[in-house]
Design a protein around this ligand. Sequence first.
Ligand SMILES: [Zn+2]
Length: 354
Amino acid sequence: MTPFGRVYKWLLVMLLVGLFFIGSLKAWEYAITKVAQAKKWNITTLVYHRFGDERYPSTNTSVADFEAQLTWLKENDYQSLTVSEAHSKRDKQAGKFICITVDDGYRSFMENGLPVLKKLGMKATLFVNTESIGWGDYLTWDEIKSLQKQGVEIGNHSHNHSHFVNKEEADRSIYFESDLKLSEELFDKYLGQKPLVYAYPFGEFSQEMIEVLNQRHYKLAFAQFSGVWNETTNRKSIPRFPMSGKVSMEKFKSRVRMKPFKLKDQSQIPILVNTTDDEIGLVLEYNQDTYSGPVNCFINGRLYKDLKKENGALWIKYNTGNSRRRSIVTLTTQNNNGEWCWFTQLIINPLIDE
Ligand SMILES: [Zn+2]
């Protein structure tokens, strides 16, 4: 080959390498943009306890109210899914999704709630605490198995419905895991499978408990503070709007239509305090470009007037005092489309009894 031919060959090789390099960069750019534009979605999740059982007004939903709520959902094109279905369809299918969840496994769900769900062709997920099964007001395993056959997803709500955060941090994982094992054995024995979704008793949990659930292959875990499940939600800290007690239709509709207020930190792990004297400080950050409306802060449902705002950071000071075990800090605002958005931070003081 002549020297000229050799130079020509090198130029060709360099050109090809260059083109490959540019092509790779483009591919990376595409991949990065894809991640940045991860599909946005949101699913409203509701939590109920008892149906048509007037003996317990604070945890009950009347059959008439439940039917009115589900009818409204149906008329407004909400598709009801079990939580596992919602998890697998969340970013693949367009539409308005709703998850109806029921905690504790009371017989009133089967007797009074299920007929309404069936009448309207809707689904539910039932979280059962296994130690209570077959006692008093609770369903039996045979009934739970029959519910499962009828399309109700059965999730774990612990074995003995404990206040797990009352345990010292060092013992909490061991105690929580041994309770999980007891419930899983019963799931295995009576339903022939291990549960993959969990709802924390009293909505109380900690980072150690999340780690135990991760090790034991749970897909999802549900809290009991209000908010909207979305693509940024921690899968082991999924909010649910409580629907027990008397909930007006207006309130129901506004909760269902609610959008998530996505703070920069979406872990939403409850803050555990171990003092009834000291004030705790919270700094919550958000993106002011997305949420143009004024931010309102409520603590335990009452307007918090001392909210300090500074460049997308909100400063809150709070003392749980000695009477309230669970305190709820709620932030609401409007996004650029004028829709209401919601965020909750739970604070638990384990020194105070239920
Ligand atoms: Zn419960």
